[in-house]
Design a protein around this ligand. Sequence first.
Ligand SMILES: [Zn+2]
Ligand SMILES: [Zn+2]
Length: 347
Amino acid sequence: MIETKAYAAQDENTPLAPWTFERREVGPNDVQFDILYCGVCHSDLHQIKNDWFPGIFPMVPGHEIVGRVVKVGENVKGFKVGDLAATGCMVDSCRVCENCKRDLEQYCLNGSSQTYNGLEQDHKTPTYGGYSNTIVVNQDFVLHLKEGVDLAAVAPLLCAGITTYSPLRHWKVGKGHKLAVLGLGGLGHMAVKFGVAFGADVTVLSTSPKKEEDAKKLGAHHFVVTTDPKQVEAAKNTFDFILDTVSAEHDFNMYLSLLRTDGVHICVGVPPKPAQIAAFSLLGGRKSLAGSGIGGIKETQEMLDFCAENNIVSDIEMIDIKDIHTAYDRMEKGDVRYRFVIDMATL
Ligand SMILES: [Zn+2]
Ligand SMILES: [Zn+2]
């Protein structure tokens, strides 16, 4: 077994603290890589606090993981010792269901193995995430990174990046489309970058006028303050798509009114409570309310390659792992531009 250093939560009421555990030996199809950087996702905080469902403890969060390969199994093709490697939100899936066969492992009908707070495909061995010094992952769930990329700033692409890239690709958002990005946080700032790169006319919708300058710097063409009734009125019936990255409660009916006929409101954020949606908000204008979860492995690789070719990375603040609690406090207040990334050398 491989002795592994980590930060873990022992239960939902105990803050993260140093913890040591054992990862499995490198099997014939496994890649082991030492973790250099791990992004801090809002879902890390939700899961250690049991906000969504009872978690598996001790819990080592982290699913935006980049590093360098230190060992490969005998059947591994495509990775060798010294290569860069990355892993996102999943470490395995059943491989045989209709969704896995369509490269949609994130929607595996038998349950994909989440990178942490999940179970391996034996459905009993817990998974532990990237707030740790090393990880062992089946080769099919390890992503390639190009040498020379800014590794720390690439880390958030593994969750925040693919979560916004995948729906924009699925709905073929691009030239001639008006895209609204709702919320300018970790996900939202990536959605702006991708929307602009795909050629869409991008508007940021935010409750905070202070974010306008940043939105424009990120490439957004327009900015609408959603607490200003005049600006909201002027934005009615204007967008082809709204990419909704907000994880707090909000009024879907108001946002649906901003869509043009046949417009699509795509949810990628996870508010704590179910929303009230009036049927009239949808049928007046044949509108759709949709959702999208991360992306499959093939698409995640495509996204990483696209980002490398187009110089797209996340805007980050690097932290030492001992400062994770302060980072969580600031993240809860929306006080981060735009993703914290842990320098794992500080573990
Ligand atoms: Zn995430
Ligand atoms: Zn499957």
